[in-house]
Design a protein around this ligand. Structure first.
Ligand code: ATP
Ligand code: MG
Ligand code: MG
Ligand code: MG
Length: 474
């Protein structure tokens, strides 16, 4: 029988423990050490200060399984969910690190050993990229690993390049940085897409599974790169992607963990077709929402809480499309706890809170969802240029609680778009009217005893959020 997602999570940690790595717990989705970062979006976030030399640990090798969220800020995969086989909002990143200890030779050798000896992946399906000037990594893949040259692909950085590939990592405009070497798996010619670096690289045939970052330079403000005295390794592999391969399926949504969630969602929504896109989106979103709540975020109208609210409302709209008119979303937390509660005690402990917070949000949105959907349908049927007018999107937002990105998502499904400028203009005008009348924007009320059970997330004022489509109410 194929390994389960839980087996694979374990295998990874056991393998790197056997190579002298200290196993470190996952950090929360809300980064404790970086107020400018919305969410933990990769494994390295909790080690940032170690790489910068500002923090010392008792170990020089570490491995973990980090819960990640890419649904806001710099990394935002929310709009890919339901459209690609490989993107989630919430996912688990398997990572191993060297803090000034081992470097390229060992990192690549161990990645290869785990993939081809422990997990026995067919070697001929694997490809590696290296940064175009990184002859050291190229040579390791060619001569130490024996990968044929046609499957070692040199990739530059994407400045001015025609494709999306970028094989150089940097923490910020200055500081630690270095070349990447990424491992890809070829799911075969039944799937569309080309190898990394080709014009079709965004297809789902060649799927990136593991990014190995070799931090070897310190970038100065003028762009000069100085070699770091003790280079570091930072790797990240998507658990759901490697599980799909090991379970001989193509899409992440076909793995055991997602199938359980999807099956439960199909029962709750009386939907027979398990490949229904809405079920996939709901299964994705329950993980993001439940983990955000147990990590201390509550639905609100600003900052992280608003990202959470947007994801919940997207999920509820998909439930609505499947014909559901009663709260259902919170019920999935039980299955999620079953699947992931052992690996993440915080989920097990916070399960009841997550259920209550989601139910409260479901009840709140239920008051306006149905009417809002009708309005959207009317407007969509009326417009002649495939653009939902800003005023209509604003009315949906202001009166019916439809976040802008929800309306945009609905528009996109019909090949339409939303007039965002018009939306912003309507928002500005409403704020001015409200100010003139001396009114304040209403906050959303959750049950007081529920709020009391949670540590409130500190809101640190992300001005940049508006640029990502997160609108903060006055
Ligand atoms: P992609 O090019 O497929 O979007 P990425 O280059 O953005 O992936 P990295 O930032 O290199 O991803 O993250 C390391 C690994 O984490 C990836 O190789 C992949 O296995 C996994 N990963 C990244 N984003 C997601 C996501 N949205 N959902 C699931 N897994 C992901
Ligand atoms: Mg990406
Ligand atoms: Mg990539
Ligand atoms: Mg990558």
């Amino acid at each position: 029988p194929a390994k389960t997602t839980s087996d694979i999570r374990r295998d990874f940690l056991d393998f790197f423990a056997s190579k002298g790595h200290t196993i470190v717990p996952s950090a929360p989705l809300v980064p404790g050490n970086d107020p400018t970062l919305l969410f933990t979006n990769s494994g390295m976030v909790q080690f940032k200060d170690v790489f910068l030399g500002a923090e010392k640990r008792s170990y020089v090798r570490a491995a973990d399984v980090q819960r990640c969220l890419r649904a806001g800020g710099k990394h935002n995969d929310l709009d890919s969910v339901g459209y690609t086989a490989r993107h989630h909002t919430f996912f688990e990143m398997l990572g191993n690190w060297s803090f000034g200890d081992y470097f390229k030779k060992d990192a690549i050798a161990w990645a290869w050993e785990l993939l081809t000896e422990v997990w026995k992946l067919p070697k001929e399906r694997l490809l590696a990229t290296v940064y175009h000037t990184d002859d050291e990594a190229y040579d390791i893949w060619l001569n130490q690993i024996g990968l044929p040259p046609e499957r070692i692909i040199r990739i530059g950085d994407n400045k001015g390049a025609p494709f999306a590939s970028d094989n150089f990592w940097q923490m910020a405009d200055t500081g630690p940085c270095g070349p990447c070497s990424e491992i890809f798996y070829d799911h075969g010619p039944d799937h569309f897409g080309g190898p990394p670096g080709s014009p079709d690289e965004d297809g789902d045939r060649f799927i990136e599974i593991w990014n190995n970052v070799f931090m070897q330079f310190d970038r100065a403000a003028d762009g000069t790169l100085t070699p770091l005295p003790a280079p570091c390794v930072d790797t990240g592999m998507g658990l759901e992607r490697i599980t799909a391969i090991l379970q001989h399926v193509h899409s992440n949504y076909e793995i055991d963990l997602f199938q359980r969630l999807i099956r439960h969602a199909s029962q709750l929504t009386a939907t027979d077709d398990l490949e229904n896109k809405s079920l996939r989106v709901i299964a994705d979103h329950i993980r993001a929402c439940a983990f955000l709540i147990v990590d201390g975020v509550l639905p609100s109208n600003e900052g992280r809480g608003y990202v959470l609210r947007r994801i919940i409302r997207r999920a509820l709209r998909h439930g609505w499309m499947l014909g559901v008119r009663q709260p259902f979303f919170h019920k999935l937390v039980a299955t999620l706890d079953d699947l992931m509660g052992e690996a993440y005690p915080v989920l097990r402990e916070g399960r009841a809170t997550a259920e209550r917070a989601l139910l409260a949000e479901e009840e709140r949105f239920a008051e306006t969802l149905d009417s809002g959907m009708k309005i959207f349908e009317e407007v969509a049927a009326r417009v002649s240029d495939n653009v939902i007018p800003g005023a209509a999107a604003f009315r949906l937002y202001d009166t019916y609680g439809f976040p802008l990105d929800l309306t945009q998502d609905m528009a996109r499904e019909r090949g339409m778009s939303v007039d965002v400028q018009g939306f912003d203009a309507a928002m500005t005008q409403q704020k001015e009217t409200a100010r003139a009348a001396g009114k304040f924007g209403g906050g959303v009320q959750l049950p007081a005893d529920l709020v009391a059970t949670l540590t409130p997330t500190q809101f640190l004022g992300y001005d940049s959020l508006t640029a990502d489509g997160v609108h903060v109410l006055a």
